[in-house]
Design a binder for this molecule. Structure first.
Ligand code: BGC
Length: 865
């Protein structure tokens, strides 16, 4: 198995490398010593766990940066020194033609020339498609100009990180002539490893809001903080799909639907880059589980790839994203960072991506990855602190020997420098003002306060992303209860404060972040106990608590006589380099942590107004207690960041009327999900993960297989009621006459042509149909409804029964009716034709539904032929 798999992943190379194939794999030893927290920090290839505690030893005092050699010194004179030792086999050369900018004339008002610092205003029904091509063209010209005096070594230097912990940030490109170098820093929810920065709600929380304005605002606030700290490239957003309910990093991303994920990524990137920092769309592609992430091949068919997993990256390109990070795993038996099909063909050719592709940390597996489209290797060294690089001297050597064309290195360096000009980072950009690896470094930690008033937004996103799952007898909102009790460790503070565990790799209190590189330091953490105690005082309510999860007898006794018993439970996950309570990144099961189910049942046995609050990184199985008659309400409070407790209090007391929606399905049984975590495998082989369910992930599978979920995708209650009526649909005439022939061909059932930028073309994405309908607030308090639009393709199209293609949010006062619109593009109605390699309207009638969830349809219509 080993040799066939590894040989096939080398299909890019026209030669057989001399060294044992196993050397191509990163060091995958998974041993680790338990830390004091009970978490295990593994020493696997992807380990970043030591970042927080170890300090830089090799950085120069002035810049904190040292570099990996870019001269050919490390290449042997008789052959080419590669990742697999010295190969004396002649290697043919790889010619290179850069991908040109897609040529579409700007077409305001639909397709206005846009600078990333000034994106179009956010809209609940976006109809403007920003055209970043002119901004890229201007940036390319400046980059080419700057690089015109650079030697080959100097250009290679721009593509090669300085090596692990050799700079101030988690990734660093060295200064070079007039180019000051680049700081790349995690994470998708905070400026990682620094102080005076905000701990925002996780990606999954903002996705649950289904609210574009909040997605954009969160992106902008984070962008401002990254810039304020001097970071050039923020390592987020993360947009791998929630294919597997247990997937360890799902909370960093935007859920289990590609459209929701794509829109969340789009708005987040527009916001981040408006704030001044370059955004990174990661991880490209198919890194959907943590187990064996550096040693698994995600085997995905072309249609599924286009319609599900690549779609958020397409939307990222349309948001003008500056960088894309390729992932650790293999895709169809070729490493993602070495994958010509994914990087060159889909990302750069089909999507017309103008920015640069960086590797995940140590995900580069070959110097020839440059030919497959990789532009920058991070953190630079082959393995952490190995002192060598697949780029650096090896890349220089490959060019000098005529194997890789210098034009390709020019293209790599140009793309990287262009990203810097594109965000206008060449003028007045702040210096890096922190040392990610040493918070006690007095020289580099300038302690710049970048928090502004972002805590308000954190609180709002926390509340807006909270999903009300059950509310019997108007148990919520709380109405001046005489007394109440808070149960469970998730209600209160952890034993040693909010930053007790390295990279948040542990859980003994209120959960407001998962673990791994996708985290940040909490400046503070408002717990439910703190927030509810304060709020309850206004009503004169007595407040009691019991944070012991396991003494269920005590919990039951204490719940007796309380007007309300609030039980807090959680479930955590993260990145694979930290193991918490036997969870190796991915969750080992879908039950509440710390015996949560038993605690809930013990309290519910004694108190007939038991309200459950859940802080979970993803779905849980709620069957042991969800129908218990004494459980009157369930609040799905998510992973909400530093203001999490306040957000929960806002929902419980009705200061915020719940409008969050589930970004994934909550099943009745783990086996109901269409795709399962693949475990097993050994250190010597590539684990095959077949995405054999194709398009049928999450709700698509439940619908297709007719399985009743507990709570379906898109579900969420409110404290008021909404009524839908009067649906209409009308075509929108194109403003783009130059591409009229393509529209006509599409209407006739032809696939879109193969061309540079063909999948992001204006005619395909411009507004084509407008669906309008009325929504009335039929209750007695103001609230926001989240109408969702699902397309139903003709049966022959081979699509799931329903696919989300639109959502909006509308705030409505009691008794008021609002006319709402959701716009569809031709792309939204298309399927990927694997034979023609283009987007095609399926033959037959396309219908659609508008409603309050993926199963609660209120209105129906037909797309005009
Ligand atoms: C993660 C990336 C992260 C990088 C740098 C990797 O382990 O997969 O998401 O940006 O480390 O910390």
């Amino acid at each position: 198995m080993l040799s066939t798999k590894l040989l096939s992943l080398l299909c890019l190379l026209p030669f057989v490398l001399g060294a044992p194939a196993g050397e191509l794999l990163p060091n995958l030893a998974a041993s680790g010593a338990p830390s004091s927290s009970g978490a295990t920090l593994s020493t696997s290839a992807s380990s970043t766990a030591t970042q927080a505690t170890s300090s830089t030893t090799s950085s120069s005092a002035s810049t904190g940066i040292s570099t990996i050699s870019t001269s050919s010194a490390s290449a042997s004179s008789s052959g080419v020194s590669t990742e697999s030792g010295v190969s004396s086999t002649p290697i043919s050369s790889y010619p290179f033609t850069p991908f040109p900018t897609p040529t579409l004339p700007p077409n305001p008002p639909v397709f206005p020339a846009t600078d990333p610092l000034s994106p179009p205003a956010v809209s609940n029904d976006p109809q403007i498609i920003p055209d970043f091509a002119p901004a890229w063209a201007a940036a390319y010209e400046k980059a080419k100009n700057l690089l015109s005096s650079y030697t080959l070594e100097e250009k290679v230097n721009i593509t090669t990180g300085v090596g692990w912990q050799n700079g101030l940030c988690v990734g660093n490109i060295p200064a070079n002539k007039n180019f000051p170098g680049l700081c790349l820093e995690d994470s998708p929810l905070a400026v990682r490893y620094t102080d005076y920065a905000t701990a925002f709600p996780a990606g999954i929380q903002v996705a649950s809001t289904f609210n574009r304005a909040l997605m954009r605002a969160r992106g902008l606030a984070m962008g401002q903080e990254f810039k304020g700290k001097g970071v050039h490239i923020a390592l987020g957003p993360m947009m791998n799909m929630g294919r597997i309910a247990q997937g360890g990093r799902n909370w960093e991303g935007f859920g289990a639907d590609p459209f929701l994920t794509g829109e969340s990524a789009y708005e987040t990137i527009l916001g981040l880059q408006q704030g001044g920092v370059q955004a990174t769309a990661k991880h490209f592609i198919n890194n959907e589980q943590e187990h064996f992430r550096t040693q698994e091949s995600s085997n995905v068919d072309d249609r599924t790839q286009h319609e599900i997993y690549a779609h958020p990256f397409l939307r990222s390109v349309m948001a003008g994203v500056s960088s894309v990070m390729c992932s650790y795993n293999l895709v169809n038996d070729t490493y993602a960072c070495n994958n010509d099909k994914m990087i060159n063909d889909i990302l750069k050719r089909e999507y017309g991506f103008q920015g640069f592709v960086q590797s995940d940390w140590q995900a580069t597996m070959s110097t020839l990855s440059a030919v497959a489209g990789l532009d920058m290797t991070m953190p630079g060294d082959v393995t952490f602190n190995s002192g060598d690089s697949y780029f650096g001297g090896n890349l220089t050597s490959f060019v000098n020997q005529g194997i890789i064309s210098e034009a390709r290195v020019d293209d790599m360096a140009t793309r990287i420098v262009a990203g810097w000009y594109y965000l206008h980072q060449d003028s007045g950009y702040p210096e890096v003002s922190f040392n990610a690896f040493d918070l006690n470094d007095e020289v580099h930690n300038k302690h710049i306060n970048v928090q502004s008033d972002h805590y308000k937004l954190v609180r709002e996103v926390g509340a807006a992303g909270t999903v009300l799952l059950k509310n019997e007898n108007d148990a919520l909102p709380l109405n001046k209860p005489r007394n109440l009790i808070l149960m469970g460790s998730d209600a209160g503070p952890g034993k040693a404060g909010p930053n007790e565990f390295t990279d948040q790799g542990g859980s003994d209190g209120f959960l407001a972040m998962g673990w791994g590189s996708g985290t940040g330091n909490f400046p503070y953490l408002v717990t439910p106990y703190e927030a509810i105690s304060q709020r309850a005082r206004l009503d004169g309510s007595s407040v009691f608590w019991d944070f012991d999860d396991f003494d269920t007898a005590q919990a039951g006794n204490m719940a007796i006589g309380q007007a309300v018993a609030l039980v807090f439970v959680n479930s955590d996950s993260g990145e694979d380099y930290i193991v918490v309570d036997g969870n190796e990144g991915d969750r080992k099961n879908l039950t509440a942590w710390h015996g949560g189910d038993n605690l809930i049942l013990a309290v519910a046995a004694q108190n007939n107004n038991t309200i459950v609050v859940v802080n979970s990184v993803g779905p849980l199985i709620l069957e042991p207690w969800i129908e218990h008659p004494n459980i009157t309400a369930v609040v799905w409070a998510g992973i909400a960041g530093q203001e999490g407790g306040n957000a929960i209090a806002d929902i419980l007391y009705g200061a915020y009327n719940p409008s969050g929606r589930l970004p994934y399905t909550i099943a009745k049984s783990p086996s109901d999900y269409g795709a399962q975590l693949v475990t097993g495998g050994s250190g010597n082989e590539i684990l095959s993960i077949d995405y054999s369910e194709g398009l049928m992930i999450d709700y698509r599978h439940f619908d297709a297989a007719n399985i009743e979920p507990r709570f379906e995708f898109g579900f969420g209650l409110s404290y008021t009621k909404f009524k839908y009526s009067d649906i209409a649909i009308s075509p929108i005439w194109t403003s783009d006459m130059a591409q009229q022939h393509l529209i006509t061909a599409w209407e006739d059932g032809e696939a879109s042509p193969i061309a540079e930028g063909s999948s992001t073309a204006l005619w395909l994405h411009e507004p084509a149909f407008k669906v309008t309908f009325n929504v009335r607030n039929a209750g007695s308090i103001a609230g926001a409804e989240i109408p969702q639009l699902y397309i139903h393709h003709p049966t022959d199209a081979g699509e799931p029964p329903s696919v989300l293609k639109g959502f909006t949010n509308v705030e409505i006062n009691p008794g008021e009716t609002k006319r709402v619109s959701i716009t569809l593009s031709r792309y939204d109605l298309s399927i990927w034709d694997v034979v023609a390699q283009g987007w095609r309207k399926p033959v037959g009638e396309i219908t659609f539904s508008v409603g309050a969830s993926s199963r609660d349809f209120k209105l129906k219509g037909v797309i005009p032929a």
